[in-house]
Write a protein that binds this ligand. Structure first.
Ligand SMILES: [Zn+2]
Length: 342
């Protein structure tokens, strides 16, 4: 099989690797397509230190079941599936159901360096992390489930289904996934700040209202668009300036959810939190419940899912795609790598 290897920071190569086989409790998957995540790009450049040279990354994926190991039931060979990359030890999986992401010994496929992940053509994963997709779903759309699961979890963290208006700061793939998720949760007015004009166009096509943060104070723009401040806000960037925009644009008693992790420390205007009784809530990855909800959201919105995918590149062109995306080439949505010919 072939795999896309982080040979060194800023250098991806396609290499030959031995085909793996599934052991007990495991499943062998033939990867169809895998999305390039912002975290993969930061791993590629070495910015965050969460990826290491020699690693095969990839956690946003869609695949077909090739074979199953002993003791695996309920997964048919040939079935279309995606992968929940958050793995908890098997004997504790049942006890941690619904809060897998809080397990102290969890690991994430695509992040853990010694696990061959979804930028390989064949991967072996625990059967309990394989999530079958509905028949009739466009296969490539399965690679969007993981980023949408991030959005589902964030929306639940601030009980967004009780909100009528929301501001999303940052219109990249997570901000876009939030638009889809919040619309499905019944939020009727969704505003998104985004500096890039191509992304603002995409946001408008998704049915949300794009705002240009460089054209005036964001809270003023929110007030002008809604006639009030937003019920909730999501920061999908995570730097001091964007958190400040999210806070100042949220109504009295409203909540701001931090999803983006742009910088490790923030400068906060404490008085805008205390005097307005706003809450700040963190959100990181998702539970298996969030992940299953994301399958339904993506499967139920094929037109939106198609709009979220900017392009699909063959494996041979993946190194180039990483270099181009890391340099900020202006791609508005998600780039997928096609891992197989089918
Ligand atoms: Zn990701």
């Amino acid at each position: 099989m072939h795999a896309l290897v982080l040979e060194d920071f800023n250098t991806m190569t396609v290499q030959e690797r031995p085909d793996p086989t599934a052991g007990p409790g495991e499943v062998l998957l033939a990867v169809l397509a895998t999305g390039i995540c912002g975290s993969d790009l930061h791993g590629f450049t070495g910015k965050t230190g969460r990826r290491v040279p020699g690693q095969i990354m990839g956690h946003e994926t869609v695949a077909r079941v090739v074979s199953v190991g002993d003791d695996v039931h309920g997964l048919e060979v040939g079935a279309l599936a995606t992968l929940n990359p958050v793995v908890v030890p098997e004997r504790e999986a049942a006890a941690w159901a619904g809060r897998e992401h809080h397990h102290p010994d969890k690991y994430v496929i695509g992040v853990r360096p010694d696990v061959v992940s979804a930028f390989a053509q064949l991967i072996v994963v625990p059967a309990r992390n394989v999530v079958p997709l509905p028949t009739g779903m466009q296969p490539e759309h399965g690679a969007l489930v993981e980023p949408v699961a991030v959005a589902v979890h964030a929306a639940r963290r601030v009980d967004a289904s009780a909100a009528t208006s929301a501001l999303i700061v940052g219109g990249g793939p997570i901000g876009q996934s939030l638009v889809l998720t919040l619309a499905r949760a019944g939020v009727t007015r969704i505003l998104v700040t985004e500096v890039d004009p191509a992304r603002r166009d995409l946001i408008a096509r998704l049915g949300a209202t794009p705002l240009d943060p460089t054209s005036g104070p964001v809270s003023d723009q929110v007030r002008a668009a809604l006639g009030d401040l937003a019920d909730v806000a999501f920061d999908a960037v995570g730097v001091s300036a964007t958190v400040a925009d999210a806070l100042s644009s949220t109504r009295l008693g409203g909540a701001v959810c931090l999803v983006g992790m742009g910088q490790p420390r923030l400068d906060l205007d404490a008085f805008t939190i205390s005097t307005m009784e706003r809450s700040i809530v963190g959100s990181f990855t998702y539970s298996s419940d969030d992940f299953r909800a994301a399958v339904e959201i993506v499967a139920g919105a094929p037109d939106i899912a198609a709009a979220l995918i900017s392009r699909i590149v063959p494996l041979s062109e993946a190194p180039e795609a990483f270099t181009s995306l890391a340099s900020g080439d202006g791609t508005p949505g998600k780039v997928l790598v096609r891992m197989s010919a089918t």
